[in-house]
Ligand binder design. Structure first.
Ligand code: PGA
Length: 250
């Protein structure tokens, strides 16, 4: 079954001690007994199991922020896809720019992570996006082509994976591309996916980067935007819920 649109995912990044994380999850859980669309939260691994238990009776999806490409082994500090699943995750983000650029993860490593996540039965959120330098140099589509070719596995389907387009220069900066640019990039991504995958026309495409309640409705109204991946604004229950409802979720 395809995920109901809009798809609104909140990446908490490295935020949330137990008390705050459970309060935020609880506040969202109260509104999410039943959902007309798709709402998900991606808490830090330390609180994932507790958050998953807290929202277990609701329609909220819980996911991890990253996984290793191996199911287990001598990889100190890493977390595998089966471990996330065991802790209650139904989804996982891979290839976030804070890991690609901040931690030097290659397209190939991200591809192996995505494959491992799919094999474990986790819905995989693959992030791609150009840096400011690449954007200014007019290299957006060249970079996205390289990332799609290098980190999107052939085993992906519309049921198992979705793409989040996140311009690196829009993440946490309060700046976003123009609506025309978002529309153009998403239309381009849709064509690439449809050309490569039998069900590429159905593969969900999210936009991410400085999404707030104030701009979410316009972004989600664009034809090939199936939802949003939200960072900072997902740490506030009221704001995150407003993003969800402004895209038509109830
Ligand atoms: P932001 O982060 O909403 O704080 O810009 C988005 C993301 O990194 O997914």
């Amino acid at each position: 079954m395809p995920l109901a649109r809009p798809i609104v995912f909140g990446n908490w990044k490295m935020h949330g001690l137990r008390a705050d994380a459970l309060a935020l999850a609880g506040s969202l859980a109260q509104r999410s007994a039943r959902l007309s669309a798709t709402l998900g939260i991606f808490p830090p691994a330390t609180v994932l199991a507790e958050v998953a238990r807290r929202v277990a009776d609701t329609a909220l999806m819980v996911g991890g922020q990253d996984c290793h490409d191996k199911p287990e082994g001598p990889y100190t500090g890493c977390i595998s896809a089966p471990m996330l699943k065991d802790a209650g995750a139904r989804a996982v983000i891979v290839g976030h720019s804070e890991r690609r650029h901040g931690l030097g993860e290659s397209d190939d490593f991200v591809c192996r992570k995505a494959r491992a996540a799919i094999e474990s039965g986790l819905l995989t959120v693959l992030c791609i996006g150009e840096t400011e330098e690449e954007w200014l140099a007019g290299r957006r589509f060249e970079v996205l082509t390289r990332q799609l070719d290098g980190s999107l596995p052939d085993s992906a389907t519309a049921e198992t994976l979705l793409i989040a387009y996140e311009p690196v220069w829009a993440i946490g900066t309060g700046r976003t591309p123009s609506i025309e640019d978002i529309r153009e990039t998403h239309a381009w991504l849709r064509r690439r996916l449809a050309a490569r995958f039998a069900d590429g026309a159905q593969m969900a495409l999210l936009y991410g980067g400085s999404v707030k309640a104030a701009n979410a409705a316009e972004i989600m109204a664009q034809p090939e935007v199936d939802g949003v991946l939200v960072g900072g604004a997902s740490l506030h229950a009221e704001e995150f819920w407003r993003i969800y409802t402004s895209g038509g979720g109830a």
